[in-house]
Ligand binder design. Structure first.
Ligand SMILES: NC(=O)c1ccc[n+]([C@@H]2O[C@H](COP(=O)([O-])OP(=O)(O)OC[C@H]3O[C@@H](n4cnc5c(N)ncnc54)[C@H](OP(=O)(O)O)[C@@H]3O)[C@@H](O)[C@H]2O)c1
Length: 342
């Protein structure tokens, strides 16, 4: 008889409370370059919220198993896999399929992780820290003393970017939408916490830094991206890695409005003031450059193990509470990383 596993399927778009169903399925055969992991827990990402709302075009057709990262123990190794052992605790990056009791992923996307990390801390090191690492260390480069803006700085990727920029000796501006989150930003070392509900982030930065800033990490997209770009001093760089603004837009022209909101940029307009625009999509990196994803995974886990980076666990939910956890992530009620345990 074929062995079974369970997964949480996204069965329909809409509210987190009604969108998911727990189902059993047969464990697939293990390819020779892959690792099977018995999952303790998996992480939630904002892209999952976008997928649940039908706004993530890379998501698989329904019913779909979402999920980019899991922590658990190696259960089986493909014939060609070396350097991992049965029972070892590992972090795995998956291209969807993470909301499951078992994941099977290429060995390149699996790294050891020690017992000291809780499920939310461990899974933070998957998509969110790797995205931040790729943006801040591979796509762009930060230098000591630079002034750096991190949007949604209290979130998963945001927390990681703040830590990476502080590690490099940068002056960090971080946005968040509540006083509670601002206190959190102070606790992780943000020099200029900005409550965008009280003052526009660009008004604040123009007031305290009229000559402009060096780097912007933008996950808002649309007009938020354009407003960030306009803050850049000569030599400035901006990394765009999200389009959260899309969630707030309704109506038939919502996507068009988001796209136009970004603004239009000519090479000449970048060349003369020496500005850089970088786009970041970790899913594409994982697909097209798996060795680069591995470089990011090894870098962030090494620094977290040594205590140089400190993933912030924002909470671990029971699998029965996945709908609630999704709603909280969408409604800006979370800090750092949230995860789900089996
Ligand atoms: N390109 C990639 O490869 C990649 C990879 C990972 C994540 N991302 C993107 O990075 C961003 C952060 O992802 P995450 O998983 O770490 O999530 P997160 O930041 O932990 O959670 C989302 C946060 O974004 C802020 N936000 C801003 N605009 C929002 C809106 N319109 N609706 C809801 N929240 C909004 C909220 O913080 P405030 O309360 O402070 O507003 C919210 O708490 C997302 O945009 C995600 O799509 C991209």
């Amino acid at each position: 008889m074929n062995a079974k596993m369970e997964a949480i399927y996204l069965v329909k778009q809409g509210s987190g409370e009604t969108a998911f169903e727990r189902r059993a399925l047969t464990l697939p055969t293990l390819p020779k370059n892959e690792v099977r992991i018995a999952v303790e827990g998996f992480g939630l990402n904002f892209a999952d919220v976008m997928a649940r709302n039908g706004l993530y075009r890379e998501a698989p057709p329904l019913p779909a198993i979402l999920g980019y990262e899991s922590v658990g123990r190696v259960e089986a190794l493909g014939d060609e896999v070396r350097d991992l052992t049965i029972g070892q605790r590992v972090l795995a990056f998956s291209r969807f399929g993470g909301y499951a009791t078992h994941v099977q992923v290429p060995a390149l996307a699996v790294v050891p992780i020690s017992e000291k990390f809780s499920i939310d801390e461990a899974t933070a090191l998957g998509t969110q820290y790797c995205t931040a690492w790729y943006a801040a260390e591979e796509a762009l480069r930060l230098y000591a003393g630079e002034h750096v803006l991190v949007q949604a700085a209290a979130g998963g990727v945001g927390t990681a970017l703040v830590q990476m920029a502080k590690r490099k000796g940068c002056v960090v501006y971080g946005t968040a939408g509540s006083e509670e989150k601002l206190n959190y930003l102070r606790s992780i070392g943000v020099d200029h916490p900005i409550n965008y509900q009280k003052e526009k982030f660009d008004d604040y930065i123009r007031r305290v830094r009229p000559k402009g800033i060096d780097v912007v990490f933008d996950c808002l997209g649309g007009k938020g991206f354009k407003r960030g770009f306009k803050l850049l001093a000569p030599g400035g760089r901006i990394a765009g890695y999200g389009a959260a603004e899309r969630l707030d837009k309704k109506g038939p022209f919502a996507t068009l409005s988001l796209v136009f909101g970004f603004g239009f940029y000519s090479p000449v307009g970048l060349l003369i003031p020496s500005k850089t625009i970088a786009g970041v999509n970790m899913l594409r990196i994982a697909e097209q450059k798996p060795e680069l994803l591995r470089t990011c995974m090894l870098a962030v886990t090494k620094l977290a193990e040594s205590g140089e980076l400190n993933p912030f666990g924002g909470g671990v939910f029971d699998v029965a509470e996945i709908g609630k956890a999704h709603e909280m992530l969408q409604n800006r009620q979370t800090k750092g990383k949230i995860a789900v345990r089996w």
